[in-house]
Design a protein around this ligand. Sequence first.
Ligand SMILES: Cc1cc2nc3c(=O)[nH]c(=O)nc-3n(C[C@H](O)[C@H](O)[C@H](O)COP(=O)(O)OP(=O)(O)OC[C@H]3O[C@@H](n4cnc5c(N)ncnc54)[C@H](O)[C@@H]3O)c2cc1C
Ligand code: FES
Length: 271
Amino acid sequence: MTDEKGNRAGLLSRATLVSRQKVSRNTHILDFEIDGTTNTPGPGQFYHVDCGGGREHLLRRPLGVHGMTAPEKGAARVRLMVEVVGWGTQRLCALEPGAEVGLMGPLGRGFTPPDGGRALLVSGGIGLAPLFFLASEMDKEGSDYDFLAGFRTGDDYYPALSDLKGNIEVFTDDGTVGAKGVVSEGAVRHIGNGDYSAVFACGPEAMMEAVADACEGSGVSCQVSLTSRMACGLGFCRSCVKEGRDGRNLCVCTEGPVFDSRDVKWNGVRS
Ligand SMILES: Cc1cc2nc3c(=O)[nH]c(=O)nc-3n(C[C@H](O)[C@H](O)[C@H](O)COP(=O)(O)OP(=O)(O)OC[C@H]3O[C@@H](n4cnc5c(N)ncnc54)[C@H](O)[C@@H]3O)c2cc1C
Ligand code: FES
């Protein structure tokens, strides 16, 4: 990503919104076309998105890649899955096709795909965004996996989950879709009973901690995608740093967002 002078070339682009679709209560799928890019982001990488607003809202917002069509005829399509939580995401999810936004990326270190065997993917809420992309890529490779997806309620459920080829199990807190309960409990049961080659988790920290703990107990490797408030997204400002288990700082934007769960210092709060 850096040239011989250390410049980060080709990271900034203007992207045109091609389509936007509301897919659940607070979540939209946005497809952007990026001209002249040769970047092909992998699952777990993210774009730092300029949501507009100038000096009032200076900071970009990090959003994971949800899907990607490889560059063709000079243009690539990138899919983002955006949950409305505040000013920036609200603004993105109100854009109409034809609108332009500034993207920086793809950034960060994504998931390392499983090397054979059966994998377990565990998502909580919007943590679905990058794991759905990983699952789609695994479908292309013919890989085996179980995918456990947790939502607060059936209104948050993402119907496209049923298009994936893996074994999908859905959990909602109120039981309106799938099994009633939290996804971390389902994951702990699966890890205890299953014979997984690798586990991938993205969602609330307490959920990832429970998954990481079960994996450590069973000797299964686990990759987690951390979230953090980000400013530069490039490793300079240190605003995204989290504490690592060995006392080392983990720079979420450049060394992550995906980490080996054993490198993370968890807070000891479980869901
Ligand atoms: C690597 C990475 C990938 C992400 N991928 C996605 C994705 O694919 N889809 C998606 O919808 N969201 C994703 N997020 C979270 C997203 O960046 C935040 O929801 C967004 O920045 C909020 O911006 P806002 O202006 O709407 O909210 P703000 O007005 O800035 O904040 C509103 C609320 O959102 C919370 N918030 C703000 N930033 C974050 C953050 N980085 N992580 C968690 N909560 C935050 C605040 O605490 C506050 O409660 C990702 C975050 C990271 C770090
Ligand atoms: S956001 Fe600046 S160092 Fe990570």
